[in-house]
Design a protein around this ligand. Structure first.
Ligand SMILES: [Zn+2]
Ligand SMILES: [Zn+2]
Length: 275
């Protein structure tokens, strides 16, 4: 335990990790990966993990590294680990596509990941979190979008491919809200997460998006806590200075709900540590 300063206004005692960090290889993150590690150290974060985008389908150069670049990615993270003064984990954020489970499995087995985050960014061919395609929300029934999204997340949880569920309620990113109660759909997802021993990421990037909330929001996080689903922390950094962003907000929410521990990972084995 050591005293850390997340923001000038807040001082919290905690052992912290930031497990959602990208690199320039994905085509939309900036900066030297070592600078992300330096930023973490500056903010009192004990350990970080890179979790760059990997897509086995619907690939575009502005979304993810190519499959043949994964080897370079692993070497890059190993290089940062050698040069950094804090431990660096090798993670990945892999898009879940229904029917592509075997392709995903092969990649996960081929590389020495410490953890793998599963994320849903696509509903069919529509990218739900790319501002260029925000009109997709206007063209569709929002309630149906939410139902489809959470159904896909539940299938991802049941696929047994991943360690961590990435930004669990990303569908809220642009502030479109369902007009019906979607608690049953969320309950179903949480059941699958629990049954498959997954961990849920508390992703602070949503605070800077129109949703103005962490992913997942308080209601869903409370449901996770009721099931004692472990959580981890991630900033979804695409620039060095974003590392650890808004962790004070996330920690306050977590502790209020009851979470005093987070999950860390080594070679895909979770370890629960005190916050
Ligand atoms: Zn990204
Ligand atoms: Zn993502």
């Amino acid at each position: 335990m050591r005293k850390i300063f997340i923001q000038p206004s807040s001082c919290i005692e905690a052992m912290l990790v930031d497990y959602h960090i990208h690199t320039y290889l994905c085509g939309h993150a900036k900066g030297d990966p070592l600078d992300y590690a330096k930023e973490a150290e500056k903010k009192g974060i004990s350990e970080i993990g890179f979790s760059d985008h990997i897509m086995v389908d619907k690939w575009r150069p502005e979304y993810a590294m190519r499959i043949d670049q994964i080897e370079d990615y692993v070497k890059l993270v190993e290089k940062v680990e050698k040069e950094s003064s804090i431990p660096i984990k090798l993670g990945a954020e892999i898009d879940y596509f229904l029917g592509k489970e075997e392709d995903i499995r092969k990649i996960i087995e081929e590389f020495p990941f410490d953890y793998v985050i599963g994320s849903v960014h696509f509903l069919d061919d529509w990218v739900i979190d790319d501002p260029r395609y925000i009109d997709g929300y206007h063209k569709r029934d929002i309630n149906e979008v939410y139902r489809q999204y959470f159904l896909l997340v539940s299938k991802m949880a049941s696929s047994k491919l991943f360690d961590v569920v990435g930004h669990l309620d990303l569908v809220k990113k642009f502030g479109f809200k369902p007009t019906v109660d979607i608690t049953p759909e969320i309950t179903f997802v949480i059941e699958k997460i629990k049954k498959n021993n997954l961990c849920v990421e508390i992703n602070t990037s949503g605070l800077e998006k129109p949703a103005r909330e962490v992913y997942p929001g308080q209601m869903i996080l409370k449901m996770c806590w009721k099931e004692r689903i472990p959580v981890t922390l991630g900033s979804d950094s695409h620039k060095p200075w974003e590392v650890g962003r808004h962790f004070d907000v996330a920690l306050r929410m977590m502790k209020k709900i009851g979470y005093n521990e987070i999950a860390t990972f080594t070679k895909r084995n979770p370890k629960i540590v005190d916050l």
